[in-house]
Design a protein around this ligand. Structure first.
Ligand code: NI
Length: 174
């Protein structure tokens, strides 16, 4: 089990489009295990393979309070999105410290393979529905800040680049 480094916005690799997983083999199972460990370690509720610089259609999610009910979506495809919309504040492990209002479908139905390669249909509403849409966007190279105005996005970019620069210049006390 490994904790994988998470790409940070505005890293251009976050905009790569992921390709489908060819087979759910040992390599993919290891990736899934590492992604779940990385998500828990970063205190996130979802992680897409794109965020750990693997450009294949793999997503892990856990919206449970107890943090012990991971959902694995391999090659997820949207079957249905509700016309009813929901607006909520979103954050992202690749955009640390930024929370902005995004509109999503209130409910969603997707099909995907699970960690054993078994096809599943998942129906979700509320936080899980938002999370599924957010993570599936990552696989298409879309980050939630892409929904914001260019002005807002520019400010976020500047802020994160500044933070990154400061982190690089900070003295190492170890
Ligand atoms: Ni995200």
């Amino acid at each position: 089990m490994a904790i994988l480094p998470i790409l940070r916005y505005p890293d251009p690799r976050l905009h790569k489009v992921a390709r489908p997983v060819q087979s759910v083999d040992a390599r993919i199972r290891t990736l899934v295990t590492d992604m779940i460990a990385t998500m828990y370690s970063a205190d996130g509720i979802g992680l897409a393979a794109t965020q750990v610089d693997v450009h294949e259609r793999v997503v892990v999610i856990d919206v449970s309070e107890t943090r012990d009910q991971p959902i694995v979506l391999i090659n997820p495809e949207t079957l249905w999105l509700s016309e009813e919309k929901h607006q909520g504040d979103e954050g992202c492990l690749s955009v640390p410290g930024i929370y902005e209002r995004v509109e999503r479908s209130a409910a969603v139905r997707v099909q995907a393979l699970d960690a054993d390669g078994v096809p599943r249909v998942i129906e979700a509403e509320g936080l899980l529905a938002v999370c599924i849409q957010h993570e599936m966007d990552h696989l298409m190279g879309r980050v939630f800040v892409d929904y914001l105005s260019a002005l807002k996005r520019g400010r976020i970019k500047t802020k994160l680049l500044k933070q990154e620069k400061e982190a690089r210049q900070a003295p190492v006390n170890a």
